[in-house]
Design a protein around this ligand. Structure first.
Ligand SMILES: Nc1ncnc2c1ncn2[C@@H]1O[C@H](COP(=O)(O)OP(=O)(O)OP(=O)(O)O)[C@@H](O)[C@H]1O
Ligand SMILES: [Mg+2]
Length: 263
């Protein structure tokens, strides 16, 4: 089991898109994956299941870490029909909002890890899509993770936001709240190569964060939104930008899986 939290201080930077793109690449490569939707907005759940969940969700799993609860909550994603590997979803809903404390106790922070340790050994990759804050739910995700993957856009406020996100991971590791956690890096998303401002911000991020800025940088492409709107995995999206999008997420998945060796 190898667990990666996809998180950021800011909203709307592309956490869910990166999670779903990686899930599509994992499915295509035959990597058995589980996506956990910790965000009360439940966008990943909608993207993967096509509808909000009525059943057992991640909030219940966190509140009662029994194996029966997890087994009931985890669902197969329709994306995986006819494929050789599994893609499963631990759905989220608005119900997780009450668990998102700004000052969680260490016991609360460990709750997701305790629940997952009982049931996620069958997966090669577990991706956790976090809400847009560094509060309790994101801390629970980091405590359960091997790697911290920060998403940012190439803008003026990205540096501070990325810095705070990476510092949280380092602090949690130091405090032994996230014993297995290591930083994986920064995914720069929605990059427009012809924008001088974006070129400048990307250079700035590379200067400050060095190798933490992951390759590839993900460009802004309407195809990504069209694939999401049609609830199809990127690897089955047939629009003009499909091949570039899948190449980017295949390469990002390689960076993620390769980081496993550097522990
Ligand atoms: N590379 C991209 N190209 C084009 N559109 C993108 C790209 N990345 C994200 N988007 C779009 O930007 C919007 C926000 O993306 P997304 O929902 O993935 O961000 P998020 O960080 O998960 O947001 P939140 O903080 O609300 O959870 C979505 O409409 C998504 O389709
Ligand atoms: Mg999201």
């Amino acid at each position: 089991m190898f667990t990666v939290s996809v998180y950021s201080l800011k909203g709307g930077v592309g956490k869910t898109s990166v999670t779903l793109g990686l899930a599509s690449a994992a499915l295509h490569r035959g990597v058995n994956a589980l996506v956990i939707d910790l965000d009360p907005q439940a966008d990943a759940t909608l993207g993967l299941l096509g509808e909000p969940t009525e059943g057992t969700d991640v909030a219940e799993v966190i509140s009662s870490a029994r194996t029966e609860t997890i087994d009931r909550a985890i669902l197969p994603a329709p994306w995986a029909e006819g494929e050789n590997s599994h893609l499963h979803v631990l759905p989220g809903s608005h119900r997780s909002a009450v668990l998102d404390s700004p000052a969680p106790t260490p016991r609360e922070v460990r709750r997701l890890r305790e629940a997952l340790d009982k049931r996620t050994h069958q997966y090669d990759l577990v991706l956790i899509d976090c809400p847009p804050s560094l509060n309790g739910l994101t801390q629970m995700a980091l405590a359960a993770s091997d790697r911290a993957l920060v998403v940012c856009e190439p803008g003026f406020f990205a540096v501070t936001a990325a810095d705070r996100a990476l510092k949280l991971a380092a602090e949690m590791r130091e405090d032994n709240l996230a014993p297995r956690l290591q930083p994986l890096g920064l995914v720069v998303n929605r990059y427009r190569p012809r924008s001088v401002e974006h070129q400048y911000r990307l250079a700035e991020l590379r200067e400050l964060f060095g190798d933490f800025v992951l390759d590839p940088v993900i460009e802004e492409r309407v195809g990504l939104q069209q694939a999401q709107g049609g609830a199809v995995p990127l690897h089955r999206y047939e629009g003009a930008s499909g091949p570039r999008l899948t190449a980017d997420f295949d390469a990002l998945l390689t960076s993620v899986m390769d980081s496993r060796r550097h522990s």
